[in-house]
Design a binder for this molecule. Structure first.
Ligand SMILES: CC(C)(COP(=O)(O)OP(=O)(O)OC[C@H]1O[C@@H](n2cnc3c(N)ncnc32)[C@H](O)[C@@H]1OP(=O)(O)O)[C@@H](O)C(=O)NCCC(=O)NCCS
Length: 411
């Protein structure tokens, strides 16, 4: 590497930004990674673990080119020192940025990260005509970053309570969105759309796991409820899932019905069990009376640092929807997520038109915490998602149904 570096023209410190005509702010500029950046690895390499210079050098040489996400370094203008980074992630027409700034720079670093977010959001939305761009996680302890984002017209769309760990306390974190003003003119302001609702909106007593005689325990069960039990998904479940997916009756709760192949589902189920620790814990929901596999519940995107994750559920067999099985299975999942995985909070995202899923969440104790605007295409426009959250302590404080009551409450 040193040979190549010797051939490169030497750039006077503090002049790096003059080599680019955009993504340059008042104090920082953004550029992609280049050889030599490994020397500041601790300041910009994202992830739970801080990496060494040598490990980062090989990562830049060998692995970075295979990464799908764009990684932009935040570079201080006055001396070209790398101080942080932004990762860009995209899905459909939405773009998300997640940033890291070396915490040793203190408040100064917050100013730089705020400026970097603004550069990236304005570039994506105003210059590249993106529909919407967002910043995924800004802790409530970062007013400088929030003010900077507000100064360009960003809005907080969701506030997840106690989902951001700082030391041994949990504080709120905000999801912040930057909408394309031209699209707002055409489609109206999604923040003014009313969230449609169904169901009672009332939380019900928790249907807790039941004790089962050891000889009658369902095979491979991890939690057993009055009517259903959870067990790890296995390759053989894929065929059933595919069979039910072909009989799906409701196109509204996702972006239309999907065609799924058995091999892809088999691979997915096998892969779910490979990570250690698992980033996506997903269980089959089976009937106790005959072991039939009727759906799945899980926690995706588990963040063991902030001790949170996104809960998800899907009853593939349409006959078993709207009968309380989803709620019973979710309480078994909560017991696993909070008491076995040690999570502190669970988040959930639900499409506005999927009022049943939102009603089920409210029934399970989740609180409405905001909106994720324009996430999917819908009838010549975009549809919003509602955001929801359940804290472990809130769930623990909910009344428990007796075993006798649980049968009635489940429905
Ligand atoms: C979402 C799902 C897991 C919920 O489980 P479930 O067992 O059906 O839910 P429950 O029966 O416990 O609760 C349903 C709630 O919605 C209401 N509801 C029932 N049918 C409804 C319908 N067709 N439309 C709107 N609301 C309905 C019920 O009244 C109940 O609320 P309430 O008890 O406060 O009145 C399940 O319906 C499902 O798999 N749906 C398809 C996949 C899906 O939408 N997954 C979630 C993606 S975010």
């Amino acid at each position: 590497m040193s040979d190549d570096n010797d051939k490169k023209p030497k750039i006077e410190p503090g002049t790096g930004h003059t080599l680019q005509s955009f993504l340059v702010g008042e104090h920082v500029y953004l550029r992609t990674v280049q050889e030599g950046d490994e020397k500041w690895a601790a300041s910009w390499r994202q992830g739970f673990i801080r990496r060494s210079v040598s490990a980062t050098e090989s990562w830049i040489e060998d692995d970075l080119k295979d990464e799908d996400e764009l990684l932009l370094l935040i570079v201080r203008k006055r001396d070209d020192r790398v101080v942080g980074s932004l990762k860009r992630d995209s899905w459909k027409h939405s773009t998300w940025y997640s940033g890291y700034i070396d915490p040793l720079f203190g408040e100064q670093g917050d100013h730089w990260l705020g400026e970097a977010y603004c550069l990236a959001l304005q570039w994506t939305v105003d210059e590249q005509h993106g529909v919407i761009a967002s910043v995924e996680r800004v802790g409530a302890d970062k007013p400088i970053i929030l003010e900077k984002l507000a100064s360009i017209g960003c809005r907080i769309s969701s506030t997840f309570r106690e989902s951001h760990r700082v030391g041994d306390t949990f504080i709120d974190w905000h999801f912040v969105h930057y909408l394309n003003k031209d699209w707002v003119k055409t489609l109206g302001d999604p923040f003014e759309d009313e969230k449609p609702r169904s169901g009672t909106g009332e939380p019900r007593p928790v249907i807790a796991p039941v004790q089962v005689d050891g000889d009658k325990l369902p095979l491979n069960a991890v939690r057993v409820g009055p009517r259903v039990y959870l067990r790890p998904l296995q390759k053989a479940d894929a065929a059933k899932l595919v069979e039910w997916s072909r009989r799906e009756t409701e196109p509204f709760w996702s972006s239309g019905r999907d065609v799924v192949t058995q091999t892809a589902v088999e691979r997915w189920f096998e892969k779910l069990g490979e990570d250690e620790p698992q980033a996506w814990v997903r269980f089959a929901v089976c009937l106790r009376e005959n072991d039939e596999f009727i759906g799945a519940v899980g926690v995706d995107g588990i963040d063991y640092d902030h001790r949170c994750g996104e809960s998800e559920s899907e009853f593939h067999n349409v006959e078993y929807r709207s009968k309380g099985y989803g709620t019973e299975a979710k309480h078994l999942l909560f017991d696993y997520a909070f008491n076995t995985l040690g999570l502190h909070s669970l988040q959930s995202w639900v499409m506005y038109s999927n009022t049943r899923s939102a009603a089920a969440l409210r029934k399970q104790g989740y609180k409405d915490v905001g909106i994720e605007p324009w996430l999917v295409r819908r009838a010549g426009a975009f549809e919003n998602f509602g955001t929801y959250e359940l804290l472990a302590d809130e769930w623990r404080a909910m009344p428990r149904a007796t075993v006798e009551e649980a049968g009635d409450l489940a429905g």
